[in-house]
Each structure stands twice: as C-alpha cells, then as structure tokens.
Design a binder for this molecule. Sequence first.
Ligand SMILES: [Zn+2]
Length: 212
Amino acid sequence: MGEISKESKRRFIVIMGPAILVNLLFMLTLSNDVRRWVVTVTYILAMIVFVIWSIMSINKGERNKEGLMEDSGCVFCDIVHKRADSYMITQNEYTTTFLDSGPIAEGHMLVVPNKHVITMDQLDDRKAADELMQSIIGAAQLLVKAGVCSDYSILQDSGEHAEQDIKHVHFHIIPRHANDHVQFNLQTNSDAQKEEIMRNIYNKLKTTNGGL
Ligand SMILES: [Zn+2]
C-alpha cells in the first residue's frame, strides 16, 4: 500500500467538513448533554459514509491488480483500466502499449507499467521492471516487423526538470526516418565532462548501494 491518495483526502474533506460545520452550528443552540449526543452521532454517520464511499470506489476499480491506489486524475491509469479510449496495441498483467495521441511520427507508441508510479526510480518491483523492458523491446520489434520503420528512438522523462508531462512512467517508442527533423538536442556538458567531476561522480555512484 502506498500513501493515502488525493481522492481519499478529498473525500474525507468533503464529508467531514460539512459534519464539523453542522456540529458547530448545533453547539450554539443546544444544551450540553444534547450537544455531546449530536456530535457523536454526526461523526459516526460521516465516518460510515466515508467508508462506504471508499469501498464502492474500490469495487469500481480504483485499485489496480497489485492492490495499489491509482492517481484518480491520471490519463494513463484511465487508459490502462479502459476508462478512456485509446488505440491500445497490447496489454498484459504488467504493461500496456498504445499509440501516443499526440504522435511526433506515424506509429509513435507509448509503453507504460499498469501500476501507477510517477518516476522510474519508484519502479521497485523487479518482475514488473523486467516485464516493462520486454514490452519496450516488443513494441520496437512490432514497429519493425509491421514495416513501420527500421529505426526508432526510445525516450523516457522522469520528473519535472526532465520535462515529464504525464506523471505516470512512460516510454516513447518513436519511429525515425531520413530527414524527419525530430531532434532531441543531446549536447555534451563540458563541465560534467571534466576529469575531476567525472572521478567524483564515479566514486559517489560506485560507493552507493541501491538499484534493482
Ligand atoms: Zn497513472
């Protein structure tokens, strides 16, 4: 289980907010004993409504197959769970592959893990990670086999400064052709290339435990 979802917090506020307001109004008009009674009953009722609403949402599919909460505003979760239309190419227990709705080339596909995770480093399930890589390779093989292209670029942005647009891990598989004018502008950073900096970052990475 991850943290409490935004949707759960919103529901809690929607239900408990009015409950608190109602209680405050009653407080001003009622005697001590009645006040205590009204406060208790109102809070119990509000909690019951909150729990029932949450359980109903879970049954509607707000949890994915791994039992983790989705981000309710996530368009890729909507596509994975077929609440939104897409040109879905393939789907298995772990991943979904579909055409990018804003393609920069014909056949531009996206491969996403079914589980809602925002950045790559949050993908800590080795099996899911292996499946993701297999689906990425599978998407590339499909493009080649279908004769869409023989060359392609694979792009993944994680985090705000990497200009990640949709906050759900996704890989772009982009067909490439001669003179297609697609540019990623990867340029060497001459500071990062300096011997001392290279040695420092190398030592830091070599002495840190982590990763799958
Ligand atoms: Zn999502």
